[in-house]
Ligand binder design. Structure first.
Ligand SMILES: C[S@@+](CC[C@H](N)C(=O)[O-])C[C@H]1O[C@@H](n2cnc3c(N)ncnc32)[C@H](O)[C@@H]1O
Ligand code: SF4
Length: 410
């Protein structure tokens, strides 16, 4: 059986970079990302600090390998001017080799898509653009507190689609009160987008929606996922992750790397990175780690990040790495290579990463692993998980109850 490369034991080069751009035209009441209104002086400070952070990352990871994906997310990267975006990309290219066929993605807001901008973004080297349409229904956009109407969002999407040679994604939020989800899915898919992300509305504490007690009916969530599965294949958009659908050849390589448990670098305020503990650090303060471990690194928010504050580092114990790997991998239609669960002495690291070494797993870990395997067997017997060519896959009918399934699994 072909084993997936084990990103924990064999970190190898890290070909993925996420850059967080926190500035937005307005702050949406449902959003829990690290975002703020643009101020020119802050943007200037942001770009200088980002350049310094990338230089530091490059210095600490001499064996970093060329980048296969770069993702500018946020926040709203398109809320930077084209000159600022050019500067940001130049900072990346100064510190990292970027493959000729790399996926270089940018998230854009409908209000930022002026008539000539998409062509300039293409000239800057972007190969994938993601438009935050959210809905094609004005009442839904008003409920979401978006500062644009449906016509503006669809015009922005059309303008981005008029440029050849890149992948166009539209983001949709589903299960919003009063929304005709089927109409939104049909209208957006009919524009001919290459990729469609349909996220069910999540309400986090601390957001205006959370404070107002906005809630999402579980039934509305289920129905929205079912509708996406029914409607989108008719437009050539196949589901490859719970919320993500793409035409052949247009899946998001950057997000796939996350879901497949790869490592990535992160830069910018509040950006996260997932790194093996074998060398360097993406942030400002880390030290060399030990073989085989993994850590999540999270940068501080803008003010502290500008002041050079150290990122938070969370070492992940081997079992936790495996748990995340399994639960994230099962979100993908391709599922996960079962071999990841089958060879604990190769896959796992004994003890916490700061004291770890490769070797046979300890008895507690093995007991937990056996229990997980037994639960998998049980779910397979019930038909709620399937085995296909050595991979564990969630059958289509179970995707709508995925969270429940994952909660039972681990
Ligand atoms: C960084 S934003 C995209 C670009 C730009 N900031 C915008 O909003 O147009 C990423 C996407 O996350 C999704 N999103 C953000 N908050 C969400 C929430 N609470 N529930 C569901 N989806 C959400 C939206 O679809 C949004 O387009
Ligand atoms: S949804 Fe987009 S525009 Fe709205 S606050 Fe979040 S990141 Fe900013």
């Amino acid at each position: 059986m072909q084993l997936e490369p084990n990103p924990v034991a064999n970190p190898g080069p890290i070909p993925h970079l996420y850059v967080h751009v926190p500035f937005c035209p307005t702050i949406c009441p449902f959003c829990s990302f690290h975002v703020l209104r643009r101020r020119d002086d802050l943007v200037e400070a942001y770009l200088s600090r980002l350049d310094a952070e990338l230089a530091m990352t490059a210095e600490r990871w001499p064996d970093r390998g060329p980048l296969e994906t770069v993702y500018l997310g946020g926040g709203t990267p398109s809320h930077l001017t084209d000159a600022e975006l050019g500067r940001l990309l130049a900072s990346i290219r100064r510190r990292f080799a970027v493959n000729d066929d790399a996926e270089i993605g940018i998230e854009v807001h409908p209000l930022n898509v002026g008539p000539d901008r998409p062509a300039r973004w293409r000239d800057l080297g972007f190969t994938r653009v993601s438009v935050g349409v959210q809905s094609t229904q004005d009442p839904v956009l008003r409920t979401l507190g978006r500062p644009h109407d449906a016509a503006t969002a669809l015009r922005a999407l059309e303008s981005v689609r008029s440029v050849d040679g890149w992948t166009v994604n539209a983001d949709l939020i589903v299960a919003v009160d009063g929304q005709d989800v089927a109409a939104d899915l049909h209208r957006l898919a009919a524009t001919g987008v290459d990729h469609l992300a349909a996220y069910t509305l999540t309400v986090e504490e601390g957001t205006p929606f959370g404070r107002r007690g906005v809630s999402v009916e579980e039934e509305a969530e289920r129905r929205a996922i079912e509708l996406a599965a029914e409607i989108l294949p008719g437009y050539g958009l196949a589901r490859y992750e719970v919320s993500n659908h793409a035409r052949d050849g247009h899946r998001c390589a950057h997000n796939l790397a996350y879901w497949r448990g790869r490592s990535w670098f992160g830069a910018g305020p509040s950006a996260t990175a997932s790194l093996p503990a074998t060398a360097g650090t993406a942030g400002t303060a880390g030290t060399a780690g030990t073989a085989g471990g993994r850590r999540l690194v999270r940068n501080p928010p803008l003010e502290d990040w500008l002041a050079g504050a150290a990122p938070e580092e969370e070492p992940l114990e081997a079992l936790e790495v495996l748990r995340v790997r399994l639960l994230t991998g099962l979100r993908l239609a391709e599922g996960i290579d079962e071999a990841v669960l089958a060879a604990p002495h190769e896959t796992l690291v004994v003890g916490p990463p700061d004291r770890s070494s490769e070797g046979p797993a300890d008895p507690t870990m093995l007991a937990e692993l056996h229990a997980v395997r037994a639960r998998i067997e049980n779910l397979c017997d019930q038909g709620r998980l399937q085995r296909r060519d050595g991979r564990l896959v969630v059958p289509a009918g179970e995707v709508v109850v995925l969270e429940r399934l994952l909660a039972e699994l681990w």
